[in-house]
Design a protein around this ligand. Structure first.
Ligand SMILES: [Zn+2]
Length: 443
């Protein structure tokens, strides 16, 4: 057509209305519609389309240089709630809210007060964000890519949900400081801990070769039964704090060699020559030939002799036996250069165990130093309202930890469902509206 007038698209303003839970509408003023792809104000109406109960006005980007056109035949179409400004506004707010929720111990109540919404609305928004994270990236994975860690700290926290005691078992990477494995469980058995370890092991580039934990028997058994070379550093959280145990497991000719080293917790804190105690145990792992079932021939007529009872020492072999019965060894430590030299004649496992520990605790005491503030986050999650089952709590914790591992995900999380009224009302009206007025976005 000749002489067709080129249509000029100017700034396009649209009223924002917030709907409260009761269905009442509030006007929040006018918002400028900008293309979500290029941010251009050159937008035009594009009719309406059906939503569940209503028809929604649609807009289209009219900017010919819009990057959306590079890989699409038609211009970017959007509705008010997916327009650039609106999304930035709402998601900026939600992001701030969610970040607040992640801060240690931030209560629903505090958040509700700060954002001028009810506590149940905080819960609702949180659930919404969690589902959005799930949709975006899945909650079954805690990290976006394999991490460089070769050492993890394993911790269990004891919590109560609905009157039932539960454990949250967590594995944190020493290099990335990210949570690499987690399980919420009624028990803290060897299997539970193994599951967490396996998840962490699957989230790292290389095999995990060192574990640190408290003295829980289940964790000790887990490390032992991994059947691969590993160093387990045990920093008891009960007295005596001053002692730590390093266990190194290695395997040779179907034998497990367990090397236990007892050190003072400040072993790697300063430069110098240190004394330690160590002992070695070998366990045959070759499959045993099973005994024949049934009673051995002639045993029925055999006279029974009572075996003389030998007095057994009661209880398990103590964790600290090595300090009493171990052999003395010496090592020269240089924690500034991550170096140590062990005395002549000491075995490779002794050196491997001490070196692995030095890597994690140079210039510091051997202690639980990774998971401290996670406990308060867990407690905050448990305090949240809503029905709680082991599954829902784990889901909630996973979402929180995922954001903690990758805060950048929050930039991508987008909630498509309508955001409830009070949140907008109370959070946009005062400061933002003034800001937006100044920027010329709202009038
Ligand atoms: Zn555009």
């Amino acid at each position: 057509m000749v002489g067709r007038k080129k249509k000029v698209y100017g700034p396009n303003w649209h009223p924002i209305e917030a709907q409260s839970e009761s269905g009442a509408c509030f006007s929040l003023g006018m918002i400028q519609l900008l293309c979500p792809a290029c941010g251009s104000s050159k937008v035009g109406p594009y009719g309406t389309h059906d939503r569940k109960n209503t028809r929604v006005e649609t807009f289209q980007c009219k900017n010919r240089k819009c990057p959306h056109l590079k890989n699409h035949k038609t211009s970017k179409q959007f509705v008010l709630t997916s327009s650039y400004q609106f999304r930035e506004l709402i998601f900026g707010k939600l992001k701030a809210l969610y970040e607040d929720l992640l801060k240690d111990g931030a209560k629903n109540k505090t958040i509700a007060k700060k954002y001028g919404i009810s506590e149940s609305q905080v819960s609702a928004l949180r659930t919404e964000i969690e589902s959005a994270i799930d949709k975006l990236n899945g909650l079954d994975t805690l990290v976006l890519a394999p991490q460089p860690d070769t050492a993890v700290a394993i911790d269990e926290t004891f919590l109560k949900i609905e009157g039932t005691s539960i454990y949250v078992i967590i594995a944190t990477g020493y290099t990335s400081h990210k949570i690499l494995g987690i399980k919420v469980s009624k028990s803290r058995s060897e299997e539970d801990i193994r599951e967490v370890f396996n998840e962490a092991d699957g989230n790292t580039e290389h095999n995990i070769s060192s574990i640190s934990s408290d003295a829980l028997n289940a964790t000790q058994a887990m490390a032992k039964n991994l059947n691969r070379e590993i160093t387990h550093i045990i920093h008891p959280h009960k007295k005596p704090f001053k002692k730590a145990i390093i266990r190194h497991y290695s395997y040779k000719n179907s034998e497990r060699i367990t090397t236990t080293i007892g050190v003072k917790s400040n072993f790697f804190k300063k430069r110098g020559k240190r004394q330690f105690k160590y002992m070695e145990a070998r366990t045959d792992l070759s499959p045993k030939i099973k005994k024949k079932l049934g009673r051995p021939k002639g045993s029925k007529t055999k006279k029974r002799h009572k075996k003389p009872r030998t007095k057994k020492k009661r209880g398990r072999k103590g964790l600290y036996t090595v300090f009493e019965k171990g052999t003395i060894g010496y090592a020269t430590i240089d924690p500034y250069r991550d170096k140590l030299k062990i005395g002549k004649g000491l075995s490779r496992p002794v050196s491997a165990g001490l070196n692995a520990t030095l890597k994690l605790f140079p210039l510091m005491s051997i202690q639980n130093n990774l998971a401290e503030n996670i406990n308060s986050i867990l407690r905050a999650i448990i305090r949240l309202r809503g029905p709680k089952t082991i599954e829902s709590v784990e889901r909630r914790i996973r979402a929180t930890l995922k954001i903690r591992n990758h805060p950048e995900i929050l930039d991508e999380v987008r909630i498509t469902r309508q955001v409830r009224g009070n949140f907008l009302m109370n959070n946009l009206k005062l400061i933002e509206c003034a800001d937006l007025l100044e920027q010329g976005i709202i009038m």
